[in-house]
Design a protein around this ligand. Sequence first.
Ligand code: HEM
Length: 421
Amino acid sequence: MEWIERLRRQTRQLHQTAHALPFFQALWGKTLPLESLVGQLRCLAVVYGALEKQLATRSSRDPFQALLNGHQPKLPLLLRDLEPFSRPAVWDILPAVEKALAAADQILTTSQENETALAGFFYTLEGSTLGARVMAPKIREAFPTLNAPGSHFFSVYGNGLSTRWTAFLRALGDAFTDPEDQENVIKASRDLFQSLIAFYDALYPFTEGKLGRHVVSLNPEAGNHPIPSDCLELEAALKAAERCWEAFPYFALRYGERGRRFADSDAAWLAALCDLDGGTLLEQVRWLSELLSVRGMPTWLLETQIRFLHEELCHARPDQRVRFDRLLVAADALRSLRWAAPDQESLNRIVHKLRERFPVPPDSPWTAVFVVLAAAAADRDSGIAGGPENICEWIRATYPEDLSVIDAVEAFFREPLWKRF
Ligand code: HEM
Protein backbone atom coordinates (compact mmCIF):
# COMPACT_ATOMS: atom_id res chain seq x y z
CA MET A 1 0.00 0.00 0.00
CA GLU A 2 3.08 2.22 -0.15
CA TRP A 3 1.82 3.66 -3.38
CA ILE A 4 -1.43 4.85 -1.76
CA GLU A 5 0.67 7.02 0.55
CA ARG A 6 2.37 8.37 -2.58
CA LEU A 7 -1.06 9.12 -4.10
CA ARG A 8 -2.07 11.00 -0.95
CA ARG A 9 1.20 12.91 -0.80
CA GLN A 10 0.94 13.94 -4.43
CA THR A 11 -2.59 15.28 -4.05
CA ARG A 12 -2.01 17.00 -0.69
CA GLN A 13 -0.98 20.33 -2.16
CA LEU A 14 -4.05 20.34 -4.44
CA HIS A 15 -6.25 19.63 -1.45
CA GLN A 16 -4.76 22.60 0.36
CA THR A 17 -5.36 24.77 -2.70
CA ALA A 18 -9.02 23.62 -2.65
CA HIS A 19 -9.39 24.57 1.05
CA ALA A 20 -8.10 28.05 0.36
CA LEU A 21 -10.57 28.72 -2.50
CA PRO A 22 -12.77 31.83 -2.08
CA PHE A 23 -15.82 29.54 -2.46
CA PHE A 24 -15.08 27.74 0.81
CA GLN A 25 -13.91 30.91 2.56
CA ALA A 26 -17.25 32.53 1.68
CA LEU A 27 -19.13 29.44 2.89
CA TRP A 28 -17.29 29.46 6.24
CA GLY A 29 -17.93 33.25 6.45
CA LYS A 30 -21.65 32.73 5.67
CA THR A 31 -21.49 35.06 2.67
CA LEU A 32 -21.79 32.48 -0.13
CA PRO A 33 -24.59 33.40 -2.57
CA LEU A 34 -27.35 30.84 -3.20
CA GLU A 35 -26.38 30.62 -6.90
CA SER A 36 -22.92 29.39 -5.87
CA LEU A 37 -24.29 26.81 -3.46
CA VAL A 38 -26.83 25.46 -5.96
CA GLY A 39 -24.23 25.74 -8.71
CA GLN A 40 -21.94 23.48 -6.66
CA LEU A 41 -24.64 20.79 -6.48
CA ARG A 42 -25.35 21.11 -10.22
CA CYS A 43 -21.68 20.92 -11.18
CA LEU A 44 -21.17 17.93 -8.91
CA ALA A 45 -24.22 16.25 -10.50
CA VAL A 46 -22.64 16.71 -13.94
CA VAL A 47 -19.31 15.25 -12.82
CA TYR A 48 -20.67 12.39 -10.69
CA GLY A 49 -23.16 11.57 -13.49
CA ALA A 50 -20.25 11.08 -15.90
CA LEU A 51 -18.19 9.05 -13.41
CA GLU A 52 -21.06 6.79 -12.38
CA LYS A 53 -22.05 6.12 -15.97
CA GLN A 54 -18.51 4.94 -16.72
CA LEU A 55 -18.37 2.86 -13.53
CA ALA A 56 -21.74 1.23 -14.22
CA THR A 57 -20.52 -0.24 -17.50
CA ARG A 58 -17.59 -1.91 -15.70
CA SER A 59 -19.26 -2.86 -12.43
CA SER A 60 -19.08 -6.61 -12.94
CA ARG A 61 -15.32 -6.85 -13.41
CA ASP A 62 -12.27 -6.02 -11.38
CA PRO A 63 -10.82 -3.71 -10.28
CA PHE A 64 -14.13 -1.83 -10.45
CA GLN A 65 -16.20 -4.60 -8.89
CA ALA A 66 -13.99 -4.46 -5.79
CA LEU A 67 -13.90 -0.63 -5.72
CA LEU A 68 -17.69 -0.50 -6.01
CA ASN A 69 -18.27 -2.86 -3.10
CA GLY A 70 -20.33 -0.77 -0.64
CA HIS A 71 -20.44 2.21 -3.03
CA GLN A 72 -23.45 4.51 -2.96
CA PRO A 73 -24.18 6.44 -6.21
CA LYS A 74 -24.17 10.19 -5.60
CA LEU A 75 -26.15 11.38 -8.64
CA PRO A 76 -29.54 10.27 -7.20
CA LEU A 77 -28.70 12.07 -3.93
CA LEU A 78 -27.69 15.26 -5.72
CA LEU A 79 -30.87 15.16 -7.82
CA ARG A 80 -32.98 14.93 -4.67
CA ASP A 81 -31.05 17.85 -3.18
CA LEU A 82 -31.58 19.89 -6.33
CA GLU A 83 -35.35 19.39 -6.49
CA PRO A 84 -36.26 22.45 -4.37
CA PHE A 85 -34.19 24.68 -6.67
CA SER A 86 -35.68 23.69 -10.01
CA ARG A 87 -38.82 25.87 -10.00
CA PRO A 88 -38.48 28.78 -9.82
CA ALA A 89 -35.05 28.07 -11.08
CA VAL A 90 -31.94 29.49 -9.48
CA TRP A 91 -29.72 30.95 -12.21
CA ASP A 92 -26.72 29.00 -13.45
CA ILE A 93 -23.20 30.40 -13.23
CA LEU A 94 -22.36 29.61 -16.83
CA PRO A 95 -18.52 29.50 -16.69
CA ALA A 96 -18.73 27.01 -13.78
CA VAL A 97 -21.09 24.78 -15.76
CA GLU A 98 -18.69 24.87 -18.71
CA LYS A 99 -15.85 23.77 -16.44
CA ALA A 100 -17.95 20.97 -14.93
CA LEU A 101 -18.83 19.79 -18.44
CA ALA A 102 -15.14 19.83 -19.34
CA ALA A 103 -14.43 17.64 -16.28
CA ALA A 104 -17.22 15.26 -17.32
CA ASP A 105 -15.76 15.11 -20.80
CA GLN A 106 -12.32 14.42 -19.36
CA ILE A 107 -13.78 11.46 -17.41
CA LEU A 108 -15.60 10.14 -20.46
CA THR A 109 -12.81 10.40 -23.01
CA THR A 110 -9.87 9.45 -20.79
CA SER A 111 -11.68 6.43 -19.32
CA GLN A 112 -12.37 5.07 -22.77
CA GLU A 113 -8.71 5.11 -23.72
CA ASN A 114 -7.34 4.25 -20.31
CA GLU A 115 -9.43 2.42 -17.70
CA THR A 116 -6.81 2.85 -15.02
CA ALA A 117 -7.43 6.59 -15.12
CA LEU A 118 -11.05 5.94 -14.15
CA ALA A 119 -9.84 4.55 -10.83
CA GLY A 120 -7.92 7.80 -10.25
CA PHE A 121 -11.02 9.90 -10.98
CA PHE A 122 -12.98 7.65 -8.64
CA TYR A 123 -10.40 8.20 -5.85
CA THR A 124 -10.71 12.00 -6.07
CA LEU A 125 -14.50 12.07 -6.13
CA GLU A 126 -15.05 9.34 -3.53
CA GLY A 127 -12.44 10.95 -1.27
CA SER A 128 -14.09 14.35 -1.55
CA THR A 129 -17.13 12.96 0.32
CA LEU A 130 -14.90 12.93 3.43
CA GLY A 131 -15.11 16.70 3.40
CA ALA A 132 -18.90 16.42 3.52
CA ARG A 133 -18.88 16.04 7.30
CA VAL A 134 -17.19 19.41 7.60
CA MET A 135 -19.26 21.02 4.87
CA ALA A 136 -22.79 19.95 5.93
CA PRO A 137 -22.94 21.94 9.23
CA LYS A 138 -21.33 24.98 7.54
CA ILE A 139 -24.03 24.94 4.86
CA ARG A 140 -26.77 24.65 7.48
CA GLU A 141 -25.30 27.65 9.35
CA ALA A 142 -24.87 29.74 6.20
CA PHE A 143 -28.39 29.05 4.87
CA PRO A 144 -30.51 28.79 8.03
CA THR A 145 -33.80 29.57 6.26
CA LEU A 146 -33.42 26.70 3.78
CA ASN A 147 -34.19 23.13 4.70
CA ALA A 148 -30.59 21.83 4.99
CA PRO A 149 -29.66 22.14 1.31
CA GLY A 150 -27.53 19.31 -0.01
CA SER A 151 -28.33 17.15 3.02
CA HIS A 152 -28.75 13.91 1.02
CA PHE A 153 -25.44 14.28 -0.77
CA PHE A 154 -23.49 15.62 2.20
CA SER A 155 -24.64 12.82 4.49
CA VAL A 156 -23.70 10.05 2.09
CA TYR A 157 -22.64 6.84 3.92
CA GLY A 158 -23.73 8.39 7.26
CA ASN A 159 -21.80 6.74 10.10
CA GLY A 160 -20.31 4.25 7.66
CA LEU A 161 -18.20 6.88 5.89
CA SER A 162 -14.84 5.95 7.46
CA THR A 163 -15.43 2.23 7.00
CA ARG A 164 -16.32 2.75 3.36
CA TRP A 165 -13.25 4.93 2.77
CA THR A 166 -10.87 2.45 4.42
CA ALA A 167 -12.31 -0.38 2.32
CA PHE A 168 -12.04 1.73 -0.84
CA LEU A 169 -8.39 2.58 -0.20
CA ARG A 170 -7.59 -1.07 0.50
CA ALA A 171 -9.28 -2.21 -2.72
CA LEU A 172 -7.50 0.54 -4.68
CA GLY A 173 -4.13 -0.37 -3.17
CA ASP A 174 -4.58 -4.06 -4.01
CA ALA A 175 -5.90 -3.42 -7.51
CA PHE A 176 -2.76 -1.84 -8.96
CA THR A 177 0.61 -3.48 -8.46
CA ASP A 178 2.26 -2.29 -11.67
CA PRO A 179 4.15 1.01 -11.02
CA GLU A 180 3.06 2.35 -14.41
CA ASP A 181 -0.63 1.78 -13.56
CA GLN A 182 -0.08 3.41 -10.16
CA GLU A 183 1.39 6.49 -11.84
CA ASN A 184 -1.61 6.58 -14.17
CA VAL A 185 -4.04 6.55 -11.23
CA ILE A 186 -2.11 9.33 -9.50
CA LYS A 187 -2.00 11.46 -12.63
CA ALA A 188 -5.75 11.04 -13.28
CA SER A 189 -6.53 11.83 -9.67
CA ARG A 190 -4.48 15.03 -9.83
CA ASP A 191 -6.00 16.03 -13.17
CA LEU A 192 -9.53 15.73 -11.83
CA PHE A 193 -8.58 17.60 -8.64
CA GLN A 194 -7.48 20.48 -10.88
CA SER A 195 -10.71 20.36 -12.88
CA LEU A 196 -12.81 20.44 -9.71
CA ILE A 197 -10.79 23.34 -8.35
CA ALA A 198 -11.48 25.13 -11.65
CA PHE A 199 -15.25 24.87 -11.31
CA TYR A 200 -15.21 25.88 -7.64
CA ASP A 201 -13.11 28.85 -8.68
CA ALA A 202 -15.74 29.87 -11.24
CA LEU A 203 -18.59 29.35 -8.76
CA TYR A 204 -17.40 32.15 -6.51
CA PRO A 205 -16.91 35.03 -6.94
CA PHE A 206 -18.99 35.62 -10.07
CA THR A 207 -20.50 38.65 -11.76
CA GLU A 208 -24.16 39.12 -12.76
CA GLY A 209 -23.18 38.95 -16.42
CA LYS A 210 -22.09 35.32 -16.00
CA LEU A 211 -25.56 34.19 -14.94
CA GLY A 212 -27.89 32.43 -17.34
CA ARG A 213 -29.87 29.25 -17.90
CA HIS A 214 -28.11 26.06 -18.84
CA VAL A 215 -29.64 22.72 -19.76
CA VAL A 216 -27.74 20.93 -16.96
CA SER A 217 -30.11 22.46 -14.42
CA LEU A 218 -32.89 20.44 -16.12
CA ASN A 219 -30.79 17.36 -16.67
CA PRO A 220 -27.16 17.04 -15.54
CA GLU A 221 -26.58 14.32 -18.15
CA ALA A 222 -27.87 16.35 -21.11
CA GLY A 223 -24.47 17.79 -22.05
CA ASN A 224 -24.44 21.14 -23.75
CA HIS A 225 -27.30 22.25 -25.95
CA PRO A 226 -29.44 25.37 -26.23
CA ILE A 227 -32.63 25.88 -24.27
CA PRO A 228 -34.99 28.89 -24.34
CA SER A 229 -33.66 31.87 -22.44
CA ASP A 230 -37.22 33.09 -21.91
CA CYS A 231 -38.68 31.72 -18.66
CA LEU A 232 -42.23 31.42 -20.04
CA GLU A 233 -41.02 29.45 -23.04
CA LEU A 234 -38.95 27.18 -20.84
CA GLU A 235 -41.90 26.55 -18.53
CA ALA A 236 -44.09 25.81 -21.57
CA ALA A 237 -41.55 23.26 -22.82
CA LEU A 238 -41.52 21.54 -19.42
CA LYS A 239 -45.32 21.41 -19.38
CA ALA A 240 -45.32 19.83 -22.84
CA ALA A 241 -42.77 17.26 -21.67
CA GLU A 242 -45.00 16.40 -18.73
CA ARG A 243 -48.07 15.99 -20.95
CA CYS A 244 -46.18 13.73 -23.32
CA TRP A 245 -44.80 11.68 -20.43
CA GLU A 246 -48.32 11.13 -19.15
CA ALA A 247 -49.77 10.43 -22.59
CA PHE A 248 -47.31 7.56 -23.15
CA PRO A 249 -46.84 5.39 -20.03
CA TYR A 250 -44.31 3.49 -22.16
CA PHE A 251 -41.77 6.23 -21.40
CA ALA A 252 -41.91 5.63 -17.66
CA LEU A 253 -41.91 1.84 -18.06
CA ARG A 254 -38.89 1.86 -20.30
CA TYR A 255 -36.80 4.88 -19.40
CA GLY A 256 -37.69 5.57 -15.73
CA GLU A 257 -36.55 8.69 -13.89
CA ARG A 258 -33.53 9.22 -16.13
CA GLY A 259 -35.86 9.26 -19.12
CA ARG A 260 -38.03 11.85 -17.38
CA ARG A 261 -35.07 14.20 -17.12
CA PHE A 262 -34.24 13.69 -20.78
CA ALA A 263 -37.89 14.37 -21.65
CA ASP A 264 -37.47 17.81 -20.01
CA SER A 265 -34.15 18.65 -21.63
CA ASP A 266 -35.23 17.38 -25.07
CA ALA A 267 -38.45 19.43 -24.93
CA ALA A 268 -36.40 22.50 -24.01
CA TRP A 269 -34.08 21.78 -26.95
CA LEU A 270 -37.07 21.49 -29.31
CA ALA A 271 -38.44 24.81 -28.04
CA ALA A 272 -35.07 26.46 -28.67
CA LEU A 273 -35.20 25.22 -32.29
CA CYS A 274 -37.87 27.88 -32.94
CA ASP A 275 -35.02 30.37 -33.19
CA LEU A 276 -33.72 28.59 -36.31
CA ASP A 277 -35.03 29.12 -39.83
CA GLY A 278 -37.77 26.70 -40.95
CA GLY A 279 -35.50 24.56 -43.16
CA THR A 280 -32.86 23.97 -40.48
CA LEU A 281 -35.53 23.27 -37.87
CA LEU A 282 -37.07 20.64 -40.13
CA GLU A 283 -33.70 19.04 -40.78
CA GLN A 284 -32.95 18.81 -37.04
CA VAL A 285 -36.35 17.34 -36.23
CA ARG A 286 -36.04 14.73 -39.00
CA TRP A 287 -32.55 13.81 -37.83
CA LEU A 288 -33.75 13.39 -34.22
CA SER A 289 -36.90 11.49 -35.24
CA GLU A 290 -34.91 8.86 -37.14
CA LEU A 291 -32.33 8.51 -34.40
CA LEU A 292 -35.02 8.02 -31.75
CA SER A 293 -37.20 5.72 -33.86
CA VAL A 294 -34.40 3.20 -34.34
CA ARG A 295 -33.87 3.27 -30.56
CA GLY A 296 -37.49 2.42 -29.79
CA MET A 297 -39.11 5.89 -29.78
CA PRO A 298 -41.22 6.00 -32.96
CA THR A 299 -41.79 9.25 -34.82
CA TRP A 300 -45.40 9.30 -33.60
CA LEU A 301 -44.15 10.01 -30.09
CA LEU A 302 -41.94 12.89 -31.19
CA GLU A 303 -44.71 14.27 -33.37
CA THR A 304 -47.11 14.24 -30.42
CA GLN A 305 -44.47 15.93 -28.28
CA ILE A 306 -44.01 18.67 -30.87
CA ARG A 307 -47.78 19.28 -31.11
CA PHE A 308 -48.06 19.55 -27.31
CA LEU A 309 -45.09 21.88 -27.34
CA HIS A 310 -46.65 24.10 -29.99
CA GLU A 311 -49.88 24.33 -27.95
CA GLU A 312 -48.08 25.17 -24.73
CA LEU A 313 -45.78 27.72 -26.34
CA CYS A 314 -48.67 29.50 -28.09
CA HIS A 315 -50.58 29.54 -24.81
CA ALA A 316 -47.62 31.00 -22.90
CA ARG A 317 -46.53 33.54 -25.55
CA PRO A 318 -49.39 34.16 -28.04
CA ASP A 319 -47.42 37.11 -29.47
CA GLN A 320 -44.77 34.68 -30.75
CA ARG A 321 -47.14 32.31 -32.59
CA VAL A 322 -45.51 32.87 -35.99
CA ARG A 323 -42.18 31.69 -34.63
CA PHE A 324 -43.75 28.64 -32.97
CA ASP A 325 -45.74 27.67 -36.08
CA ARG A 326 -42.50 26.34 -37.57
CA LEU A 327 -42.87 23.46 -35.14
CA LEU A 328 -46.24 22.56 -36.66
CA VAL A 329 -44.65 22.38 -40.09
CA ALA A 330 -42.11 19.90 -38.69
CA ALA A 331 -44.85 17.84 -36.97
CA ASP A 332 -46.83 17.70 -40.24
CA ALA A 333 -43.71 16.61 -42.10
CA LEU A 334 -43.18 13.71 -39.67
CA ARG A 335 -46.80 12.72 -40.19
CA SER A 336 -46.59 12.71 -43.96
CA LEU A 337 -43.34 10.73 -43.90
CA ARG A 338 -45.08 8.05 -41.81
CA TRP A 339 -47.43 7.22 -44.65
CA ALA A 340 -48.00 3.62 -43.44
CA ALA A 341 -50.10 4.84 -40.49
CA PRO A 342 -49.95 8.60 -40.38
CA ASP A 343 -52.51 9.58 -37.76
CA GLN A 344 -53.90 8.62 -34.39
CA GLU A 345 -56.99 7.05 -35.95
CA SER A 346 -55.01 4.56 -38.04
CA LEU A 347 -52.80 3.71 -35.07
CA ASN A 348 -55.88 3.22 -32.87
CA ARG A 349 -57.30 0.79 -35.42
CA ILE A 350 -54.14 -1.30 -35.21
CA VAL A 351 -54.18 -1.23 -31.41
CA HIS A 352 -57.82 -2.30 -31.40
CA LYS A 353 -57.02 -5.32 -33.60
CA LEU A 354 -54.05 -6.19 -31.40
CA ARG A 355 -56.22 -6.15 -28.30
CA GLU A 356 -58.72 -8.49 -29.98
CA ARG A 357 -56.02 -10.85 -31.08
CA PHE A 358 -53.90 -10.77 -27.92
CA PRO A 359 -56.28 -10.23 -24.98
CA VAL A 360 -54.03 -8.95 -22.20
CA PRO A 361 -55.10 -7.70 -18.74
CA PRO A 362 -55.76 -3.92 -18.76
CA ASP A 363 -53.08 -3.31 -16.12
CA SER A 364 -50.40 -5.16 -18.09
CA PRO A 365 -47.56 -3.18 -19.68
CA TRP A 366 -48.82 -4.37 -23.06
CA THR A 367 -51.57 -1.77 -22.94
CA ALA A 368 -48.91 0.94 -23.06
CA VAL A 369 -46.71 -0.92 -25.51
CA PHE A 370 -49.19 -1.85 -28.26
CA VAL A 371 -49.58 1.71 -29.55
CA VAL A 372 -45.83 2.25 -29.53
CA LEU A 373 -45.25 -1.02 -31.40
CA ALA A 374 -47.88 -0.06 -33.96
CA ALA A 375 -46.16 3.31 -34.47
CA ALA A 376 -42.76 1.60 -34.74
CA ALA A 377 -44.12 -0.77 -37.41
CA ALA A 378 -45.52 2.26 -39.25
CA ASP A 379 -42.05 3.85 -39.20
CA ARG A 380 -40.46 0.65 -40.46
CA ASP A 381 -42.96 0.34 -43.33
CA SER A 382 -42.29 4.01 -44.15
CA GLY A 383 -38.52 3.49 -44.37
CA ILE A 384 -37.08 3.78 -40.81
CA ALA A 385 -36.15 0.22 -39.86
CA GLY A 386 -35.20 -1.28 -36.50
CA GLY A 387 -37.84 0.14 -34.11
CA PRO A 388 -40.07 -2.95 -33.65
CA GLU A 389 -37.05 -5.20 -33.02
CA ASN A 390 -35.64 -2.74 -30.51
CA ILE A 391 -38.92 -2.56 -28.59
CA CYS A 392 -39.43 -6.35 -28.66
CA GLU A 393 -35.90 -6.87 -27.38
CA TRP A 394 -36.60 -4.54 -24.48
CA ILE A 395 -39.89 -6.32 -23.62
CA ARG A 396 -38.18 -9.69 -23.75
CA ALA A 397 -35.48 -8.52 -21.32
CA THR A 398 -37.85 -6.66 -18.99
CA TYR A 399 -40.89 -8.96 -18.87
CA PRO A 400 -39.51 -12.50 -19.28
CA GLU A 401 -42.76 -13.90 -17.83
CA ASP A 402 -44.58 -12.76 -21.01
CA LEU A 403 -42.36 -14.65 -23.43
CA SER A 404 -45.16 -16.51 -25.20
CA VAL A 405 -47.05 -13.26 -25.87
CA ILE A 406 -43.94 -11.45 -27.06
CA ASP A 407 -43.08 -14.22 -29.52
CA ALA A 408 -46.56 -14.07 -31.01
CA VAL A 409 -46.63 -10.24 -31.11
CA GLU A 410 -43.20 -10.11 -32.69
CA ALA A 411 -44.24 -12.61 -35.36
CA PHE A 412 -47.37 -10.55 -35.96
CA PHE A 413 -45.33 -7.38 -36.57
CA ARG A 414 -42.88 -9.10 -38.89
CA GLU A 415 -45.46 -8.69 -41.66
CA PRO A 416 -45.91 -5.22 -43.15
CA LEU A 417 -48.96 -3.41 -41.75
CA TRP A 418 -50.74 -3.27 -45.11
CA LYS A 419 -50.87 -7.08 -45.18
CA ARG A 420 -52.49 -7.18 -41.76
CA PHE A 421 -54.96 -4.32 -42.00
C1 HEM B 1 -12.06 20.42 -4.84
C2 HEM B 1 -12.48 20.11 -3.63
C3 HEM B 1 -12.05 18.90 -2.87
C4 HEM B 1 -11.65 17.66 -3.32
C5 HEM B 1 -11.55 17.19 -4.75
C6 HEM B 1 -11.33 16.87 -2.15
C7 HEM B 1 -10.87 15.57 -2.20
C8 HEM B 1 -10.52 14.82 -1.11
C9 HEM B 1 -9.91 13.52 -1.14
C10 HEM B 1 -9.50 12.77 -2.39
C11 HEM B 1 -9.74 13.09 0.13
C12 HEM B 1 -9.15 11.77 0.59
C13 HEM B 1 -7.75 11.96 1.01
C14 HEM B 1 -7.20 10.60 1.50
O1 HEM B 1 -7.39 10.30 2.67
O2 HEM B 1 -6.62 9.86 0.69
C15 HEM B 1 -10.26 14.13 0.99
C16 HEM B 1 -10.27 14.07 2.37
C17 HEM B 1 -10.80 15.06 3.17
N1 HEM B 1 -11.26 16.28 2.77
FE1 HEM B 1 -11.35 16.97 0.87
N2 HEM B 1 -11.57 17.61 -1.04
C18 HEM B 1 -11.99 18.86 -1.43
C19 HEM B 1 -12.29 19.91 -0.61
C20 HEM B 1 -12.36 19.82 0.76
C21 HEM B 1 -12.76 20.90 1.60
C22 HEM B 1 -13.13 22.28 1.16
C23 HEM B 1 -12.76 20.42 2.85
C24 HEM B 1 -13.16 21.23 4.03
C25 HEM B 1 -12.64 21.30 5.12
C26 HEM B 1 -12.32 19.05 2.79
C27 HEM B 1 -12.18 18.24 3.88
C28 HEM B 1 -11.66 16.96 3.87
C29 HEM B 1 -11.44 16.13 5.03
C30 HEM B 1 -11.77 16.52 6.46
C31 HEM B 1 -10.88 14.95 4.59
C32 HEM B 1 -10.49 13.76 5.45
C33 HEM B 1 -9.04 13.88 5.76
C34 HEM B 1 -8.56 12.74 6.61
O3 HEM B 1 -9.38 12.00 7.15
O4 HEM B 1 -7.35 12.60 6.68
N3 HEM B 1 -12.07 18.73 1.51
N4 HEM B 1 -10.72 15.16 0.22
